[in-house]
Ligand binder design. Structure first.
Ligand SMILES: [Zn+2]
Length: 1038
């Protein structure tokens, strides 16, 4: 397997010494480079790049050209530059003072960085505590690799019944150990739980030695401790013996538990993701969120609000795992909270938010710090009457170039502060100069090349004709700059099976011409002139070609295909045309024809759960990796549309797509009738997507910390430059940071992400995103500002990268142990004193366990023979490039009840928790995770709903064949179709709708998405996992 991911000489980038941290992804398993920071903190930190790596001298992406000399040396007069508003044609949006004067305070006024100074060591009002009886010990056998539910745990057969089997009880009920106990005096939001255990469970042979904490040894009647702490919202659930009373737990409640034993945690009483989502919607939804304060936590990704850039990048572009970094590396090691940012540099912003302003300094180019090369931004402090500025990243004092000089006002701010995006906004663009272009030449507009597999199966299934017909209309929708009438993107066409066919579609030809390249060992491009054309000019020849292709190969019986030479050919064509671009490859089978990149079927279920399982996620042959490298070096992005009927080795085929920032689409057993809408919508959306081409991203940080690891659809030749042949609106790169030194609470932790790219019109630009985070010596501040959705994005990507080099079992264990460590550290350092048996979750992380369990149960981390290897490789690849909103939905699907809709309202119904308990025979639900969508119908679904949706009289008449709901002129149909549309809106992949009837076979598939329940593949239920985590926490605390 290839081991050379990041070692070759950079094509147009300064060669840098290879640093340890990066080899972890593809290198051999190496104890010193183990997965992330989770293991022994010392070893992981030792693996990090040494401090002082030349971040300060390397310019964005580049060999020398990207780092122009200090602008000060240019002596450009004021007339030579134009700021945003005055350069017509390049500034689609006028820059106006974004801030009304009355809320224009400095981004972070002195002292404001700790926006909510709460009690320093406790986050008392925000705690969620969970009491948890002997439950936790009944899952002793749970563990990564041997995931079992409590049902099957050895030793306690009678003690614990699955939550599914219990009747749903009211929240208050669950808090009562016995029926005669009144509800607790304080009932906090249903997030806390209390349960008692049947007396028999302990007598059943719960071994004393296995008890995780001493409280369990208490005698009946003893008070285990101040279990209920009114200020802390703790439902002091004692991990207590069976006959334990609850004197401390419920003030005013009877002390003695009597009556029949009650058992188990009520699912309603443990933290609910839905409640967290709905609470955030209620408090922050529909409002304006201004990014004017350093370190403030944005609304959740699931909350709709209007975002106004007032000095920090919108959370649509950057989200962080915590908005307050621990001030020292020791604190960071103690908490083990990953410090990471999820950056989606081209994220779509809604119509009612301001698009990015473009700054043009003419020939001078962007203003940058002389030392660290950071770009002018709100973090630069102007001094000496405005003649110099201090860089917020490296503290270097720089001269202000004369053309950029401006006086300061009475508070030391430039008087033109609000007139310049680069002084007052978190995000903006610069027009780049020739120094930022390949070979110092302005780039050509990008090109799209369509490459269609015309082997027997694709012709026979009608797929080739479908693609050709669709392209005729799609090519009118190629992306263009808003101010331009037509797209500058050129197009080219190739078909292939065992050989390649290039087409000349020059506008002056009467008929397209075909050129066959049969030497696939060394692909060359047989024509330059006439291959890449402007669609508008060559419209009739292109239409002619698209009409002819299906006919041309109608009689083919060629079933073998090549693959790597197809990519090679596309890349060579772009290279010859000196432009960046995208390949759209439509492919169906394992490439078994004799050619470079030939693959064999190496799928082997016997490898599951062995140390070799990881090889299933690695490419089969080395050539794909070097091909990917060449593609990135030439700005060639590969989009892959796969139509497999069987194993096609996605780990190998998808590799180039992954490294080049492309998108992988997969349609299993493609059927023209049922799957065309999904495929065509994906294709259309991909072609129209907002994309940056030939991109290189650099993340700079203020002193004391630094970016150490990167996860995403991208390629890295060195430790700092993130290369993406293309980056589109859906792609996110997750960046992990580590401390070099102590961080200063006053100056905070500043991050600048700069993406150099070529626009659709061929303009070289820089897109800058800045965000400032707080720093604190108090762990409570760090926990208080965590964002669980971003944490899960990080954990998913780091785990999915780690499985290339480590056994899945180890990766799963690390995830569980990291979860326990983070929560134990909080418990130890931040929570009010309470008995060790209480599970206390920080407010900002209270749904971390449920999301973490979803990640652990994902198909990628679950090696089961019934899950196809390709499906796992596919999911792995998709998740690696997802942003926070996409991972949130992917790991915790949306489940919407649609049987009791308010037909007059426009709103989408509130989701319910993903558990079978939430379904009902009389209900109908939509479930979606961003890849799949289901409409589940209970056996007693109201007939009027069935009639309205399907136009049939009863449940029995509903056909589950359809993949779309019919368009019917009635309120049910209209409303539910609009809900489906809303769910699909802005998602990167089109979800095919599956109709599932209760108690019919396909329901099994649907149930896999009920992620709070025990999985049919063996994953733990939420309740069981919570107990498992609690047990680990108890062990850590002891
Ligand atoms: Zn600097």
């Amino acid at each position: 397997m290839s081991q050379q991911g990041y070692v070759t000489a950079p094509p147009y980038s300064q060669s840098q010494p290879r640093v340890g941290g990066f080899s972890a992804g593809f290198g051999p398993p190496n104890s010193s480079l183990h997965y992330g920071h989770y293991g022994d903190p010392n070893s992981s930190h030792a693996a990090a790049p040494q401090p002082g790596m030349s971040k300060s001298t390397v310019t964005l992406g580049s060999s020398a050209p990207l780092g122009p000399l200090p602008p000060g040396t240019h002596q450009v007069s004021q007339n030579n530059f134009q700021s945003g508003p005055s350069a017509a044609g390049q500034q689609p949006h006028r820059f106006q003072s974004p801030l009304p004067p009355n809320n224009t305070g400095p981004s972070y006024p002195p002292g404001s960085h700790q926006s909510q100074p709460a009690s320093p060591n406790t986050v008392s009002t925000s705690c969620t505590t969970l009491a948890n009886q002997l439950n936790s010990m009944q899952i002793n056998s749970y563990g990564p690799g041997a995931i079992q539910s409590s049902h099957t745990s050895s030793g306690h057969p009678a003690s614990f019944q699955g939550p599914q089997q219990l009747p749903l009880t009211q929240h208050q009920m669950t808090l009562q150990p016995g029926p005669q106990i009144p509800p607790p005096a304080n009932n906090f939001s249903g997030l806390c739980a209390q349960s008692s255990l049947p007396s028999m469970s302990r007598q059943d042979g719960m071994p004393g030695s296995g008890l995780p904490n001493p409280n369990l040894q208490q005698l009946p009647g003893q008070t285990p401790g101040p279990g209920y702490h009114p200020q802390q919202a703790n439902y002091g659930l004692q991990m207590a013996g069976s006959q334990l009373s609850y004197p401390g737990a419920f003030p005013g409640g009877p002390a003695q538990l009597s009556g029949p034993p009650q058992k188990k945690l009520d699912p309603d009483s443990i933290p609910s993701p839905i409640q967290v989502i709905e609470n955030d919607k209620a408090s922050r939804g529909g409002q304006m969120y201004a990014t004017n304060t350093r370190g403030q936590v944005p609304p959740l990704v699931t909350t709709d609000c209007l975002i106004q850039d007032q000095g920090h990048a919108s959370p649509r572009y950057i989200r962080c795992t915590t908005y307050c970094f621990p001030s020292s590396s020791d604190m960071a090691k103690q908490a083990r909270i990953p410090l990471a940012a999820v950056i989606q540099p081209f994220a779509i912003v809604p119509q009612n938010e301001t698009p990015l302003y473009v700054v043009n300094h003419g020939e001078t180019g962007p203003i940058r710090c002389n030392r660290c090369k950071a770009y002018m931004c709100p973090f630069m402090q102007f001094i000496e009457g405005g003649r110099r500025y201090q860089c917020g990243f490296c503290n270097c004092i720089n001269e202000v170039p004369p053309f950029f000089f401006q006086h300061l006002d009475h508070i030391g701010r430039r008087v033109d502060h609000y007139e310049r995006p680069e002084l007052s906004l978190g995000s903006y663009e610069y027009v780049a100069t020739l120094d930022y272009c390949r070979n110092n030449k302005p780039p050509n507009p990008p090109a799209y090349i369509f490459m269609i597999d015309v082997s027997y199966r694709n012709i026979n299934s009608g797929l080739v004709k479908l693609i050709c017909d669709e392209l005729k209309t799609l090519l009118d929708k190629l992306p263009r700059e808003e101010e331009e009438e037509s797209s500058a993107i050129r197009v080219g066409f190739v078909t292939y099976n065992k050989v390649l066919h290039f087409f000349n579609v020059k506008s002056n030809l009467a008929q397209p011409q075909m050129m066959v390249v049969s030497d696939v060992g060394e692909v060359f491009v047989p024509l330059l002139d006439g291959f890449l054309v402007n669609f508008q000019e060559s419209r009739s020849v292109v239409h002619n070609l698209l009409d002819q292709i299906p006919e041309m190969f109608a009689d083919t019986n060629e079933s073998e295909t090549i693959f790597a030479p197809v990519i090679q050919a596309g890349m060579e064509a772009l290279k010859a045309a000196e432009c960046a671009g995208k390949l759209f490859i439509f492919h169906s089978s394992l490439p078994t024809a004799e050619a470079p990149g030939k693959l064999r079927n190496r799928d082997d279920k016997k490898l599951l759960s062995t140390d070799k399982e990881k090889t299933l996620f690695q490419p089969q042959v080395n050539s794909y990796e070097s091909l990917a490298r060449d593609c990135v070096a030439n700005g060639c992005c590969v989009n892959l549309f796969l139509f497999p009927n069987q194993y096609v080795d996605i780990a190998s085929l998808g590799l180039v797509t992954m490294y080049t920032g492309g998108t992988l689409y997969k349609y299993n057993n493609f059927q023209l009738n049922s799957d065309s809408p999904q495929f065509l919508t994906d294709l259309r959306r991909d072609i129209e997507k907002k994309t940056g081409f030939d991109a290189i991203m650099r993340v700079r940080t203020s002193t004391g910390f630094r970016a150490t690891d990167f996860f995403g659809a991208m390629y890295m030749n060195n430790t700092t430059d993130v290369e993406m042949a293309a980056v589109d609106c859906d792609k996110a790169v997750t960046v992990e940071f580590k401390h070099d030194d102590k961080l200063n609470e006053d100056s905070g932790a500043l991050i600048q992400c700069a993406v150099l790219y070529t626009s659709v019109s061929g303009q070289r630009r820089l897109r800058i995103h800045n965000i400032g985070l707080n720093c604190s010596t108090q762990l409570a501040d760090v926990y208080k500002t965590c964002e669980t959705d971003a944490l899960i994005n990080f954990f998913a990507k780091s785990a999915f990268k780690a499985i290339l080099s480590q056994p899945l079992k180890v990766v799963r264990e690390i995830l569980v142990s990291q979860t326990a460590h983070m929560l134990a550290c909080y418990r130890k350092n931040c929570a009010s004193p309470s008995t060790a048996s209480q599970l206390i979750l920080p407010d900002a992380m209270k749904v971390l366990p449920v999301y973490m369990n979803c990640l652990l149960k994902s198909t990628v981390l679950t090696g089961r023979p019934e899950i196809p290897t390709d499906e796992r490789a596919y999911h792995r690849q998709l998740v690696m490039s997802m942003g926070v909103a996409d991972t949130q939905l992917f790991f915790y699907p949306q489940l919407l009840p649609i049987h009791n809709l308010d037909l007059k309202s426009d709103t989408v119904p509130a989701a319910v928790r993903c558990s079978e308990e939430r379904l009902s025979e009389g209900g109908a639900f939509i479930l979606a995770n961003g890849l799949s969508m289901f409409l589940w119908l209970g056996v007693s679904t109201p007939p009027e709903l069935i009639q309205g949706l399907f136009n049939v009289p009863s449940f029995a008449h509903i056909s589950t064949e359809a993949t779309l709901l019919p368009d019917l002129a009635n309120p049910y149909s209209k409303k539910i179709k609009s809900i489906v549309e809303h769910i699909q809106n802005q998602k990167p992949y089109t979800m095919k709708l599956m109709i599932v009837k209760q108690r019919e076979q396909p329901e099994m598939l649907f149930r896999q998405f009920l992620v709070e329940d025990k999985s049919i593949h063996g994953g733990a239920s939420y309740v069981d996992f919570l107990c498992c985590v609690h047990k680990e926490i108890c062990q850590l605390l002891n």
